[in-house]
Write a protein that binds this ligand. Structure first.
Ligand SMILES: Nc1ncnc2c1ncn2[C@@H]1O[C@H](COP(=O)(O)OP(=O)(O)OP(=O)(O)O)[C@@H](O)[C@H]1O
Length: 330
Protein backbone atom coordinates (compact mmCIF):
# COMPACT_ATOMS: atom_id res chain seq x y z
CA UNK A 1 0.00 0.00 0.00
CA UNK A 2 2.93 2.35 0.74
CA UNK A 3 6.35 2.07 -0.85
CA UNK A 4 9.13 4.58 -0.17
CA UNK A 5 12.59 4.16 -1.61
CA UNK A 6 15.45 6.52 -0.82
CA UNK A 7 12.91 9.21 0.10
CA UNK A 8 14.50 12.57 0.94
CA UNK A 9 13.46 16.12 1.65
CA UNK A 10 15.70 19.15 1.89
CA UNK A 11 14.20 22.46 2.98
CA UNK A 12 15.86 25.63 1.77
CA UNK A 13 15.76 28.30 4.45
CA UNK A 14 16.60 31.88 3.64
CA UNK A 15 18.74 33.51 6.31
CA UNK A 16 18.26 37.17 7.13
CA UNK A 17 20.05 39.19 9.79
CA UNK A 18 17.73 41.26 12.03
CA UNK A 19 17.21 44.99 11.48
CA UNK A 20 17.11 47.34 8.46
CA UNK A 21 20.72 46.65 7.43
CA UNK A 22 19.95 42.93 7.44
CA UNK A 23 16.86 43.48 5.27
CA UNK A 24 18.80 45.55 2.72
CA UNK A 25 21.63 43.06 2.63
CA UNK A 26 19.07 40.26 2.23
CA UNK A 27 17.47 42.06 -0.74
CA UNK A 28 20.83 42.54 -2.44
CA UNK A 29 22.35 39.17 -1.74
CA UNK A 30 20.10 36.40 -0.47
CA UNK A 31 21.64 33.78 1.72
CA UNK A 32 20.23 30.29 2.03
CA UNK A 33 20.86 27.29 4.18
CA UNK A 34 19.72 23.74 3.41
CA UNK A 35 18.13 21.54 6.08
CA UNK A 36 18.12 17.84 5.26
CA UNK A 37 14.90 16.84 7.08
CA UNK A 38 14.52 13.35 5.58
CA UNK A 39 17.62 11.56 4.41
CA UNK A 40 16.95 8.65 2.05
CA UNK A 41 14.51 6.45 3.95
CA UNK A 42 13.08 3.23 2.47
CA UNK A 43 10.17 1.11 3.74
CA UNK A 44 7.13 -0.80 2.54
CA UNK A 45 3.76 -1.05 4.30
CA UNK A 46 1.29 -3.78 3.35
CA UNK A 47 -2.49 -3.24 3.15
CA UNK A 48 -4.16 -3.51 6.56
CA UNK A 49 -1.00 -2.94 8.63
CA UNK A 50 -0.93 -0.51 11.58
CA UNK A 51 2.56 0.92 11.80
CA UNK A 52 3.91 3.28 14.46
CA UNK A 53 6.18 6.07 13.31
CA UNK A 54 8.55 7.13 16.09
CA UNK A 55 11.36 9.58 16.53
CA UNK A 56 12.40 12.49 18.74
CA UNK A 57 11.37 16.10 17.99
CA UNK A 58 12.64 17.27 14.64
CA UNK A 59 13.43 13.73 13.44
CA UNK A 60 11.48 14.20 10.20
CA UNK A 61 8.16 12.45 10.96
CA UNK A 62 5.81 15.26 9.93
CA UNK A 63 7.89 15.96 6.83
CA UNK A 64 7.58 12.30 5.83
CA UNK A 65 3.81 12.35 6.46
CA UNK A 66 3.51 15.49 4.34
CA UNK A 67 5.32 13.76 1.47
CA UNK A 68 3.19 10.62 1.84
CA UNK A 69 0.00 12.68 1.64
CA UNK A 70 1.16 14.87 -1.25
CA UNK A 71 1.34 18.12 0.73
CA UNK A 72 4.98 18.62 -0.22
CA UNK A 73 7.17 17.37 -3.04
CA UNK A 74 10.07 15.03 -2.15
CA UNK A 75 13.56 16.28 -3.04
CA UNK A 76 14.63 12.77 -3.98
CA UNK A 77 13.70 9.10 -4.04
CA UNK A 78 10.58 7.26 -5.08
CA UNK A 79 7.21 7.09 -3.44
CA UNK A 80 3.98 5.25 -4.13
CA UNK A 81 0.86 5.33 -1.96
CA UNK A 82 -2.25 3.33 -2.91
CA UNK A 83 -0.86 3.01 -6.43
CA UNK A 84 -0.32 6.76 -6.88
CA UNK A 85 2.48 9.29 -6.68
CA UNK A 86 1.17 11.48 -3.85
CA UNK A 87 2.65 14.80 -5.03
CA UNK A 88 0.52 14.65 -8.19
CA UNK A 89 -2.51 15.03 -5.89
CA UNK A 90 -4.90 13.29 -8.25
CA UNK A 91 -8.52 13.19 -7.06
CA UNK A 92 -8.49 9.37 -7.13
CA UNK A 93 -5.52 9.40 -4.75
CA UNK A 94 -7.00 11.99 -2.40
CA UNK A 95 -10.19 9.90 -2.08
CA UNK A 96 -8.13 6.99 -0.78
CA UNK A 97 -6.24 8.73 1.99
CA UNK A 98 -6.85 10.84 5.04
CA UNK A 99 -4.57 12.89 7.28
CA UNK A 100 -5.45 13.67 10.87
CA UNK A 101 -3.23 16.05 12.79
CA UNK A 102 -3.88 16.22 16.51
CA UNK A 103 -2.97 19.91 16.60
CA UNK A 104 -5.12 20.99 13.62
CA UNK A 105 -8.83 20.82 13.08
CA UNK A 106 -10.90 20.82 9.93
CA UNK A 107 -14.38 21.09 11.48
CA UNK A 108 -15.70 24.63 11.83
CA UNK A 109 -15.49 25.94 15.39
CA UNK A 110 -18.87 27.72 15.56
CA UNK A 111 -20.92 25.09 13.71
CA UNK A 112 -22.22 21.72 14.83
CA UNK A 113 -20.06 18.92 13.40
CA UNK A 114 -23.10 17.56 11.50
CA UNK A 115 -23.22 20.71 9.33
CA UNK A 116 -19.53 20.46 8.42
CA UNK A 117 -19.94 16.73 7.79
CA UNK A 118 -22.72 17.42 5.27
CA UNK A 119 -20.41 19.83 3.44
CA UNK A 120 -17.59 17.25 3.46
CA UNK A 121 -19.96 14.59 2.11
CA UNK A 122 -20.95 16.91 -0.75
CA UNK A 123 -17.27 17.67 -1.52
CA UNK A 124 -16.58 13.95 -1.83
CA UNK A 125 -19.75 13.40 -3.87
CA UNK A 126 -21.34 11.08 -1.30
CA UNK A 127 -25.13 10.84 -1.67
CA UNK A 128 -27.09 12.17 1.33
CA UNK A 129 -28.60 8.84 2.38
CA UNK A 130 -25.19 7.13 2.17
CA UNK A 131 -23.57 9.99 4.13
CA UNK A 132 -26.21 9.60 6.85
CA UNK A 133 -25.55 5.86 7.02
CA UNK A 134 -21.78 6.38 7.32
CA UNK A 135 -22.16 9.13 9.92
CA UNK A 136 -24.51 6.91 11.94
CA UNK A 137 -22.13 3.96 11.83
CA UNK A 138 -19.00 5.96 12.69
CA UNK A 139 -20.83 7.93 15.41
CA UNK A 140 -21.85 4.64 17.02
CA UNK A 141 -18.29 3.30 16.91
CA UNK A 142 -16.99 6.58 18.35
CA UNK A 143 -19.77 6.80 20.95
CA UNK A 144 -20.85 10.19 19.62
CA UNK A 145 -24.52 11.18 19.73
CA UNK A 146 -26.03 14.58 20.49
CA UNK A 147 -22.50 16.05 20.56
CA UNK A 148 -22.59 16.19 16.75
CA UNK A 149 -25.51 18.65 16.98
CA UNK A 150 -23.69 21.08 19.29
CA UNK A 151 -21.22 23.73 18.04
CA UNK A 152 -17.70 22.32 18.07
CA UNK A 153 -16.54 24.98 20.53
CA UNK A 154 -18.89 23.54 23.16
CA UNK A 155 -17.37 20.06 23.03
CA UNK A 156 -14.61 18.65 25.20
CA UNK A 157 -11.18 18.06 23.64
CA UNK A 158 -11.84 14.31 23.47
CA UNK A 159 -15.27 14.78 21.84
CA UNK A 160 -13.75 17.20 19.33
CA UNK A 161 -11.03 14.72 18.42
CA UNK A 162 -13.60 11.99 17.90
CA UNK A 163 -15.67 14.30 15.66
CA UNK A 164 -12.48 15.13 13.70
CA UNK A 165 -11.83 11.41 13.23
CA UNK A 166 -15.37 10.94 12.01
CA UNK A 167 -14.91 13.74 9.48
CA UNK A 168 -11.59 12.29 8.33
CA UNK A 169 -13.13 8.87 7.71
CA UNK A 170 -16.38 9.86 6.04
CA UNK A 171 -15.03 9.16 2.55
CA UNK A 172 -13.90 5.67 3.65
CA UNK A 173 -10.19 6.10 2.94
CA UNK A 174 -7.98 3.03 2.53
CA UNK A 175 -4.95 4.69 4.16
CA UNK A 176 -5.00 6.69 7.40
CA UNK A 177 -2.12 9.00 8.29
CA UNK A 178 -2.49 9.99 11.91
CA UNK A 179 -0.14 12.59 13.40
CA UNK A 180 -0.52 12.68 17.19
CA UNK A 181 -4.25 11.82 17.19
CA UNK A 182 -4.37 11.65 21.01
CA UNK A 183 -2.45 14.87 21.65
CA UNK A 184 -3.58 16.54 24.88
CA UNK A 185 -6.31 13.99 25.64
CA UNK A 186 -6.71 12.58 29.13
CA UNK A 187 -5.97 8.87 29.63
CA UNK A 188 -9.62 7.77 29.27
CA UNK A 189 -10.16 9.70 26.05
CA UNK A 190 -6.81 8.39 24.74
CA UNK A 191 -7.91 4.82 25.43
CA UNK A 192 -11.25 5.36 23.64
CA UNK A 193 -9.54 6.78 20.54
CA UNK A 194 -7.13 3.82 20.53
CA UNK A 195 -9.96 1.30 20.86
CA UNK A 196 -11.77 2.98 18.01
CA UNK A 197 -8.72 2.89 15.73
CA UNK A 198 -8.10 -0.80 16.45
CA UNK A 199 -11.79 -1.57 15.81
CA UNK A 200 -11.84 0.51 12.62
CA UNK A 201 -8.73 -1.24 11.29
CA UNK A 202 -10.25 -4.69 12.07
CA UNK A 203 -13.57 -3.88 10.42
CA UNK A 204 -12.34 -2.10 7.31
CA UNK A 205 -8.81 -3.43 6.75
CA UNK A 206 -7.56 0.17 6.43
CA UNK A 207 -3.81 0.75 6.51
CA UNK A 208 -2.66 3.07 9.32
CA UNK A 209 0.55 5.02 9.85
CA UNK A 210 0.55 6.60 13.28
CA UNK A 211 2.90 9.01 15.00
CA UNK A 212 2.50 9.55 18.72
CA UNK A 213 4.60 10.70 21.61
CA UNK A 214 2.43 8.54 23.88
CA UNK A 215 4.09 5.16 23.93
CA UNK A 216 0.78 3.70 25.18
CA UNK A 217 -0.73 4.38 21.72
CA UNK A 218 2.12 2.59 20.03
CA UNK A 219 2.20 -0.45 22.35
CA UNK A 220 -1.59 -0.82 22.15
CA UNK A 221 -1.91 -0.46 18.39
CA UNK A 222 1.29 -1.08 16.48
CA UNK A 223 2.84 -4.53 16.02
CA UNK A 224 5.48 -2.82 13.87
CA UNK A 225 7.33 0.45 14.35
CA UNK A 226 9.53 2.60 12.16
CA UNK A 227 11.94 4.74 14.14
CA UNK A 228 13.68 7.69 12.53
CA UNK A 229 16.36 9.94 13.86
CA UNK A 230 17.94 12.91 12.07
CA UNK A 231 16.00 11.96 8.95
CA UNK A 232 17.32 8.39 8.78
CA UNK A 233 15.57 5.11 9.44
CA UNK A 234 17.04 3.57 12.58
CA UNK A 235 14.63 0.64 13.13
CA UNK A 236 11.95 -1.20 11.17
CA UNK A 237 10.43 -4.07 13.17
CA UNK A 238 8.52 -4.89 16.32
CA UNK A 239 8.61 -2.73 19.43
CA UNK A 240 9.85 -5.79 21.35
CA UNK A 241 12.82 -6.10 18.96
CA UNK A 242 13.51 -2.41 19.33
CA UNK A 243 13.48 -2.72 23.13
CA UNK A 244 15.80 -5.71 22.93
CA UNK A 245 18.11 -3.81 20.60
CA UNK A 246 18.22 -0.78 22.87
CA UNK A 247 18.28 -2.58 26.22
CA UNK A 248 20.72 -5.47 26.52
CA UNK A 249 19.68 -5.81 30.19
CA UNK A 250 16.36 -6.40 31.98
CA UNK A 251 15.33 -4.78 35.20
CA UNK A 252 14.80 -7.10 38.21
CA UNK A 253 12.93 -5.57 41.16
CA UNK A 254 13.00 -7.43 44.45
CA UNK A 255 11.22 -6.98 47.75
CA UNK A 256 13.16 -8.91 50.39
CA UNK A 257 12.06 -10.20 53.79
CA UNK A 258 15.38 -9.14 55.39
CA UNK A 259 17.78 -6.21 55.12
CA UNK A 260 21.08 -6.77 53.27
CA UNK A 261 24.02 -4.45 52.53
CA UNK A 262 24.66 -3.45 48.88
CA UNK A 263 27.72 -5.76 48.73
CA UNK A 264 25.40 -8.77 49.13
CA UNK A 265 24.19 -8.25 45.54
CA UNK A 266 27.62 -8.27 43.89
CA UNK A 267 27.71 -10.87 41.14
CA UNK A 268 23.90 -10.84 40.60
CA UNK A 269 23.90 -7.90 38.18
CA UNK A 270 24.37 -4.15 38.28
CA UNK A 271 22.78 -2.65 41.40
CA UNK A 272 20.58 0.22 40.22
CA UNK A 273 18.73 1.05 43.45
CA UNK A 274 18.84 -0.16 47.02
CA UNK A 275 16.45 1.17 49.64
CA UNK A 276 15.58 -0.86 52.73
CA UNK A 277 13.86 -4.05 51.61
CA UNK A 278 13.58 -2.88 47.98
CA UNK A 279 16.33 -3.63 45.49
CA UNK A 280 16.60 -3.03 41.74
CA UNK A 281 19.19 -4.81 39.58
CA UNK A 282 20.05 -4.69 35.88
CA UNK A 283 20.73 -8.21 34.62
CA UNK A 284 22.00 -9.11 31.11
CA UNK A 285 19.19 -10.82 29.14
CA UNK A 286 21.25 -13.96 28.48
CA UNK A 287 21.82 -14.52 32.22
CA UNK A 288 18.32 -13.66 33.40
CA UNK A 289 16.92 -17.13 34.24
CA UNK A 290 20.13 -18.23 35.96
CA UNK A 291 20.46 -15.02 38.01
CA UNK A 292 16.82 -14.98 39.09
CA UNK A 293 17.13 -18.60 40.25
CA UNK A 294 20.29 -17.70 42.18
CA UNK A 295 18.60 -14.67 43.81
CA UNK A 296 15.61 -16.78 44.90
CA UNK A 297 17.95 -19.32 46.40
CA UNK A 298 20.16 -16.80 48.20
CA UNK A 299 17.52 -14.37 49.61
CA UNK A 300 14.09 -14.66 51.21
CA UNK A 301 12.12 -12.95 48.40
CA UNK A 302 8.67 -11.50 49.18
CA UNK A 303 8.03 -10.16 45.65
CA UNK A 304 9.87 -10.18 42.34
CA UNK A 305 9.21 -8.40 39.05
CA UNK A 306 11.15 -8.53 35.79
CA UNK A 307 10.60 -5.76 33.25
CA UNK A 308 12.20 -3.80 30.45
CA UNK A 309 13.23 -0.23 31.19
CA UNK A 310 10.50 2.14 29.79
CA UNK A 311 10.91 2.37 26.01
CA UNK A 312 10.68 6.20 26.09
CA UNK A 313 13.76 6.21 28.33
CA UNK A 314 15.58 3.80 26.04
CA UNK A 315 14.84 5.85 22.92
CA UNK A 316 15.68 9.13 24.69
CA UNK A 317 18.92 7.60 25.99
CA UNK A 318 19.91 6.30 22.57
CA UNK A 319 19.45 9.67 20.93
CA UNK A 320 21.25 11.57 23.67
CA UNK A 321 24.15 9.13 23.23
CA UNK A 322 24.18 9.44 19.41
CA UNK A 323 23.87 13.23 19.57
CA UNK A 324 26.79 13.57 21.97
CA UNK A 325 28.87 11.16 19.81
CA UNK A 326 28.21 13.22 16.69
CA UNK A 327 28.97 16.48 18.53
CA UNK A 328 32.23 14.98 19.78
CA UNK A 329 33.26 13.94 16.26
CA UNK A 330 32.63 17.43 14.81
N1 LIG B 1 8.79 24.19 6.39
C1 LIG B 1 10.00 23.98 6.87
N2 LIG B 1 11.03 24.76 6.50
C2 LIG B 1 12.27 24.56 6.95
N3 LIG B 1 12.62 23.57 7.82
C3 LIG B 1 11.64 22.76 8.23
C4 LIG B 1 10.28 22.92 7.80
N4 LIG B 1 9.53 21.94 8.38
C5 LIG B 1 10.37 21.23 9.14
N5 LIG B 1 11.64 21.71 9.06
C6 LIG B 1 12.84 21.16 9.74
O1 LIG B 1 12.98 19.80 9.30
C7 LIG B 1 13.37 18.96 10.39
C8 LIG B 1 12.32 17.86 10.59
O2 LIG B 1 11.11 18.44 11.05
P1 LIG B 1 9.74 17.62 11.22
O3 LIG B 1 8.66 18.60 11.58
O4 LIG B 1 9.52 16.76 10.04
O5 LIG B 1 10.10 16.69 12.49
P2 LIG B 1 9.17 15.83 13.42
O6 LIG B 1 9.84 14.51 13.57
O7 LIG B 1 7.76 15.80 12.90
O8 LIG B 1 9.23 16.62 14.79
P3 LIG B 1 8.11 16.82 15.95
O9 LIG B 1 8.03 15.50 16.67
O10 LIG B 1 8.73 17.89 16.79
O11 LIG B 1 6.84 17.23 15.29
C9 LIG B 1 13.51 19.89 11.59
O12 LIG B 1 14.88 20.23 11.68
C10 LIG B 1 12.67 21.10 11.24
O13 LIG B 1 13.16 22.26 11.85
Amino acid sequence: MIRASGLSKTYRISEKQPGLAGTIQHLLRRRHRDVLAVDGISFTIEPGEIVGFLGPNGAGKTTTLKMLTGLIHPSGGELEVAGHQPFRRQARFLRQITLVMGNRQQLIWDLPALDSLRVNAAVYGIAEAEAQRRIGQLAEMLELGQELRRPMRKLSLGQRMKAELLAALLHEPAVLFLDEPTLGLDVNAQARVRDFLADYNRRTGATVLLTSHYMGDITALCPRVLLIHQGQLFHDGSLADLTQRLAPCRQVRLELADLHPPEAFAGFGQLEAHQGHLVRLLVPRAQLAQQVAALLERFAVVDLEVSDPPVEELIGGLFRQRDSNSEASQ
